[in-house]
Design a protein around this ligand. Structure first.
Ligand SMILES: [Zn+2]
Length: 94
């Protein structure tokens, strides 16, 4: 669970946070106020994932091991976890 920027309760679920990328909003189950993750964090996560995927494509081509491409799935999870889920939630303007 993630902390609401209004009431500081850990009331926002991971799924809600993933779906709260600006201009979308997550509503707090404790205080009902809205918050969001700035789009920059999503773009950083996406960029990190694309870079890791290209590295995996290069490695799989170099070593002739196409199964390395499966690494793109954990790479996506790592990129989202490190850069999106740890991003701060911002208070939405009402
Ligand atoms: Zn709240």
């Amino acid at each position: 669970m993630h902390e609401c920027p209004h009431c500081n309760e850990a009331s926002i679920s991971t799924l809600q946070k993933l779906l709260a990328i600006s201009p979308l909003r997550a509503s707090c189950s404790a205080c009902q106020q809205l918050s969001y993750v700035h789009i920059t964090y999503a773009l950083v996560a996406l960029t990190v994932w694309i870079i890791m995927t290209w590295m995996l494509i290069g490695l799989s081509y170099w070593f002739q091991m196409s199964f390395l491409l499966l690494g793109t799935i954990p790479a996506l999870i790592i990129a989202v976890d490190r850069h999106l889920l740890r991003a701060p939630l911002s208070k939405a303007q009402v």
